[in-house]
Design a protein around this ligand. Sequence first.
Ligand code: AMP
Length: 282
Amino acid sequence: MILIKTAIEIYHLTARFRAQGKKLGFVPTMGALHDGHMTLISNSLQQNGITICSIFVNPTQFNDPSDFEKYPISIEKDILLLERSGCNILFLPNVLEVYPTGVGSSAQYDLGQLETVLEGQFRPGHFQGVCQVVDRLLQIIQPNRIYLGQKDFQQCLVVQKMMEGHHPSIEMVTVATKRELNGLAMSSRNLRLSEASRQKAGAIFEALMYIKNNWGKKSVKALIDDAGKQIEQAGFDKIDYIAIVRKADLTAITQWEADTSTLVLVAAFIDGVRLIDNLSLS
Ligand code: AMP
């Protein structure tokens, strides 16, 4: 695996591979890699000649400074995992390489209501930060495909919208959520949970499955109330939201609709760690 730390080097290296007719798959991450990230890498390896992973803890997408400071870092282990996976290139830039004109001077994006609902409501500015970093990385790397996880479903819609305007020829591939045995969605933030809390945190997936199994049988309000109680009883401190929405635009659904693709999303805190997850209902 080739390790690259500067924008200029990755720009020229990827240009060389493109000139050789190789397809480039790109997996952006913030490191502390786990099997969820690895499924993105293996999807990219199957579909492209060259796979590039980036590790960059992007300061502009953290609305809570303490969340940024506590973000887990395990770069040596990450490099070993990537080496073993067959990933071809790791891009490991510092803040100046990504934001050469300064962190505060980045572009703003028109994301419509996608940036004010759900995660956007509870993490103001978060999706602008996500778009800034992904836009910049795509400009430098110019891949054919970008790989994102369904676990961050709203992020997929936001990046899709940004790419329609800024990178229309890049294809987005969304990869299914990888889970622990108890259903907990794998996440770098799980490293901050005690073993007991990790076990309890499986309640999010159980509540999502409860809603899926009863979808169309109970009212939307009753399903959300029941799921909320299940999550609280499992030991979660706070629920930011449980929402059932149309997949296409994240608008809320108030009653079951036969022919609409729907999704349930949750954000909740356990042990002071904020976890998110979602599940397709139809
Ligand atoms: P992060 O490092 O948390 O920013 O995540 C980098 C990418 O990995 C994002 O596209 C995430 O949606 C994706 N990802 C994170 N957790 C999982 C998971 N459990 N399964 C699949 N993809 C994931």
